[in-house]
Design a protein around this ligand. Structure first.
Ligand SMILES: C[S@@+](CC[C@H](N)C(=O)[O-])C[C@H]1O[C@@H](n2cnc3c(N)ncnc32)[C@H](O)[C@@H]1O
Length: 245
């Protein structure tokens, strides 16, 4: 281990120790209360994030209609929808099912639904991405995840569920922040501040190499790009793209 790695591990340990009361609170189940407050925080954060990322999202979702089947309305499942920040980018008439494990997003989600009346809302399901059993096999043209795979408990399981519900030829669209290049200071700080981000942003991990799971998932066509997003530095490294089942 080189000197830099040792320093990184020591600093991470210090931050971890400082967050010990939060670890204890999580063990005692107190953090569940935070789930009530988090949607309000996320609503504000996602407003700022989406303003900076609106061009990138427009570009990302431009090709959605390519995946509709037989001129039918596009059937789209959003996993970890939060407050519905992506709705404005979906094509008119698109049939939306959304899921999120945090039921307290519902009021914020409803506001986004009211604002985006060009879409048809089929269902809001309170469920984690690891268990989408309420959604039938091969029933979706498109599945979307944005800023979700940083917080899920089991990324391969979520991707497996995504592939199960997609029809053959359907596509998984993703936009996620990821771990930085290990040779950079940003990587160092992502690891050091990881415990703080984890507790204050509801389980968000800045140190995930999410692209490796997507690449290993066996999509027939995978378009995946790394880029630097114009946002808060700890979450600047992003991946964007889609994988076809
Ligand atoms: C940073 S927010 C992003 C919300 C929204 N996708 C967006 O782009 O604004 C992360 C979301 O992931 C959800 N989430 C956390 N764990 C999850 C899981 N295991 N499966 C699905 N969603 C999850 C959270 O409840 C939250 O809504």
């Amino acid at each position: 281990m080189d000197e830099m790695s040792i320093l990184m591990h020591v600093c991470t340990l210090v931050v971890k120790t400082l967050t010990f009361p939060l670890q204890l609170a999580e063990l005692l189940g107190v953090c569940r209360l935070y789930k009530r407050v988090f949607p309000a925080l996320m609503d504000r954060l996602s407003f700022a994030y989406n303003q900076k990322m609106s061009e990138k999202k427009r570009e990302m979702f431009r090709d959605l209609m390519r995946f509709s089947s037989r001129d039918e309305p596009l059937r789209l499942l959003e996993v970890g929808c939060g407050s519905g920040a992506n709705f404005q980018h979906y094509p008119s008439g698109c049939k939306i099912t959304c899921t999120d494990p945090n039921a307290h997003f519902k009021d914020y989600l409803q506001k986004s639904m009211d604002k985006n009346d060009h879409l048809v809302y089929e269902n809001f399901v309170v469920a984690p991405g690891e268990d989408l059993r309420v959604v039938e096999d091969n029933s979706m043209d498109v599945v979307v995840c944005t800023l979700v795979l940083c917080s899920v408990k089991n990324t391969p399981k979520v991707i497996q569920e995504v592939k199960r519900v997609l029809r053959p030829g359907g596509a998984f669209f993703f936009l996620e922040h990821v771990e930085a290049d290990p040779s950079t200071w940003l990587y160092f700080f992502q690891h050091v501040f990881h415990p703080l981000m984890y507790y204050f942003v509801d389980g968000c991990e800045t140190t995930r190499a999410t692209w490796k799971h997507i690449e290993a998932a066996g999509f027939s066509d995978l378009q995946l790009r790394h880029f630097q997003a114009p946002v808060f530095s700890l979450i600047r490294p992003h991946i964007v793209g889609y994988g076809v089942k």
